[in-house]
Design a protein around this ligand. Structure first.
Ligand code: UD1
Length: 365
């Protein structure tokens, strides 16, 4: 059985790595990787291939950025050519980034079995580009692999037949379990001069938070408040860096005391930074899950989450807005120890990729 797995943007790489490893071990599977090129530079893409032990992609579409329509349309045209040439038995897509629905549509229309890993997540907020990507992908794929209980409920509400849905756990946690020990040996803390549990780690990149001057100014105020309590390590996303410059706030950011500004980090460095942080402030999707597994408190700057298990069972707190006053209160409470211990959600055990490989072989090989 020949499986083509699609990656495009940073959060895909740590999901495909354990799947490719499990597929490659299976005598009945040939596994190939297509990179659409949404994230293309060393720090957002290449470093992950090196650190996660992924082979060089078998196909690179080189589509790059641009508007979502531009990205999706170009990915679809290029991906169709690959499918015609390769004739895979199965296409696998992960997550909710732009290539996820784009490649699913092409593959399903060509009559190729298409499966979605990390299916069923819903924030209920259709202004998030990822929410539309999730709905489209789940509506058309043949098999849906679900990470948490809410996914089962959401898919049932959308009338997806039970036999398509598989509750298997979380492939991103497979990567975390596999690489945690290796990450622990990384020298990033020493390199930037911080000690375990003595800093707050921060990321921020959602258009909703960083594409507007007000959001960026609130972020500056939040960092200033936080920096009074602990050292801040900000692993800043290119979108946020660009917008700080655009609104002429970059110098103000750089001038904040008790702040270390880092660019995007490699997988191992970021895992080490997460594992040793006193608190994480973010608006990411995946970090909510990783901090839940690591049992590190996380404040997520979003009104909604498509990953409610991280709030219900895990260590995640949703912050309804960027209001620096309410953020300050919550942060001080967490730093004083008023936090949740959290438990690890069912099946987040490092074995999800093997489960998926076995289901696919049983069903299609
Ligand atoms: C995308 C995903 C988002 C994910 C995020 C993680 C969608 C709809 N969004 O958002 O779900 O959480 O990736 O990073 O797919 N850039 C670089 N180098 C690169 C790639 C991008 O500098 O290799 C810069 C470009 O200036 C680009 C900006 O980052 O304009 C944003 O990239 P884009 O892929 O449009 O969206 P993300 O915000 O990264």
């Amino acid at each position: 059985m020949k499986i083509l797995s699609v990656v495009g943007a940073r959060p895909n790489f740590m999901k495909i790595a354990p799947l490719h490893r499990a597929f490659s071990k299976h005598p009945k599977i040939t596994s190939k990787i297509v990179h659409t090129g949404q994230h293309y530079d060393e720090k957002m893409s290449d470093i992950f291939f090196n650190q996660l032990g992924l082979p060089k992609p078998h196909f690179h579409l080189g589509i790059g950025g641009g508007s979502h329509t531009h990205q999706k349309a170009h990915v679809m045209l290029a991906f169709e050519k690959i499918l015609l040439k390769e004739q895979p038995d199965l296409v696998l897509v992960v997550g909710d980034v732009n290539p996820t629905p784009a490649c699913s549509i092409v593959s399903v229309k060509m009559g190729i079995k298409t499966v979605h890993v990390e299916a069923g997540l819903r924030s209920g907020d259709r202004s998030m580009p990822e929410e539309i990507n999730r709905i489209i992908t789940d509506a058309i794929c043949d098999d849906l692999f679900v990470t948490e209980h809410s996914g089962l409920i959401n898919l049932a509400k959308e009338n997806v037949p039970d036999e398509k849905v598989h509750f298997v756990g979380n492939v991103m946690i497979d990567s975390l379990v596999h690489f945690r020990k290796k990450a622990a040996r990384d020298s990033i803390l020493k390199k930037i001069g911080v000690k375990s549990k003595e800093y707050i780690l921060m990321t921020m990149h959602r258009p909703h938070n960083v594409d507007y001057e007000k959001g960026l100014k609130d972020i500056l105020q939040i960092i200033k408040n936080a920096a009074k309590h602990k050292h801040i390590v900000f692993a800043i996303h290119p979108r946020t860096t660009n917008n700080m410059k655009k609104f002429k706030l970059d110098k103000k950011l750089e001038a904040i005391k008790n702040l270390t500004l880092l660019g995007p980090q490699g997988y191992l460095q970021f895992l080490k930074l997460m594992d040793n942080a006193a608190l994480i402030i973010t608006d990411s999707g995946g970090i909510q899950e990783e901090t839940t597994f690591l049992q590190v408190p996380c404040m997520t700057f979003r009104d909604t989450t498509e990953r409610p298990v991280t709030v219900e069972l895990g260590t995640n707190f949703l912050m309804q807005d960027l209001n620096p006053v309410s953020v300050k209160k919550q942060m001080e409470a967490i730093l004083k120890g008023k936090t949740k211990k959290g438990i690890i959600p069912p099946l987040w055990d490092g074995q999800t990729s093997e489960r998926i490989a076995n289901i696919l072989v049983e069903k299609y090989a």
